[in-house]
Design a binder for this molecule. Structure first.
Ligand code: FNR
Length: 186
C-alpha cells in the first residue's frame, strides 16, 4: 500500500531552490511512496489567542493534511543559521492543541539546501532538535546538506547527474525508512 508523504518546503519564494528540489524528489520517489507538498505560507503566525474554538480555518486544514499523511519530509533553506520562521510556525501550528499534535509518530527526514558552502547545516540540525520533541522519528543517514545549490540545475531545469544520483539514493533510503517505521507490529 502506497504511503503518503507530506512535504514541507521551508521557503515561500516562487523560484525557491528548495521547492525545486522537493518537486525533483517527488519525481524520483519509488512507487512505494507518494510525495505531495503541503503549503505553509497561508498559516497565520501562531498565537494561543487565535487558536481557540473554532480554530482558524487554515490551521484546521493544515492539521488535517498532516494527520492524513503517513510520513513527513522537510526540504528547507537556512535563514541566519536556523530554520526559516514560516517552517517553524508550521511546526508550532501542527503541534497544537496540546495533546493533539498532528506530528507524533510520523517518520520524517530533512533535506537542507543553500547556494552557500555549508548546505544549510545549521537549519537542518536546529530542525532536528524540534523533531525530537515532536516525536518524529527522523532518518539519520544519508544526511542531505545540498551546498552550492545554485549550480545543481542545468539551464534546461534538469538536475545535474551528480545531484540527481544523490537525491535518488536519498529518496530510496527514505522510502525504506517510511516502510520500516509504518510496518504493523506483530
Ligand atoms: C538567507 N540565506 C542564507 N544562506 C545560508 O546558507 N545560511 C544562512 O544563514 C542564510 N541566511 C539567510 C537569511 C535570510 C533572511 C534569507 C532571505 C536568506 C540565503 C539562502 O540560502 C538563499 O536565499 C536560498 O536561495 C534560499 O532558499 P530558496 O528560497 O532558494 O529555497
Amino acid at each position: 500500500q502506497v504511503k503518503h508523504v507530506a512535504v514541507l518546503v521551508g521557503s515561500l519564494r516562487k523560484e525557491s531552490i528548495n521547492k525545486k528540489i522537493a518537486l525533483a524528489l517527488a519525481k524520483l520517489a519509488p512507487s512505494s511512496i507518494k510525495l505531495e507538498i503541503v503549503e505553509i505560507g497561508d498559516l497565520p503566525l501562531y498565537s494561543e489567542d487565535i487558536d481557540v474554538t473554532p480554530a482558524p480555518a487554515q490551521y484546521t486544514a493544515f492539521r488535517n493534511k498532516i494527520k492524513a499523511a503517513d510520513a513527513v519530509l522537510f526540504v528547507t533553506p537556512e535563514y541566519n543559521r536556523s530554520v526559516p520562521a514560516a517552517l517553524k510556525n508550521a511546526l508550532d501550528v501542527g503541534s497544537r492543541p496540546y495533546g493533539q499534535s498532528a506530528w507524533s509518530g510520523k517518520p520524517g527526514a530533512v533535506v537542507s539546501a543553500s547556494p552557500g558552502a555549508i548546505g544549510g547545516f545549521g537549519a537542518n540540525h536546529h530542525l532536528r532538535q524540534s523533531l525530537v520533541f515532536l516525536n518524529i522519528p527522523c532518518m539519520q543517514q544519508p544526511e542531505a546538506y545540498i551546498s552550492n545549490a545554485g549550480t545543481i540545475f542545468e539551464e534546461s531545469g534538469a538536475l545535474t547527474e551528480r545531484t540527481k544520483g544523490f537525491l535518488q539514493s536519498f529518496i530510496d533510503a527514505y522510502a525504506d525508512w517510511v516502510m520500516l517505521q509504518t510496518r504493523t507490529p506483530k
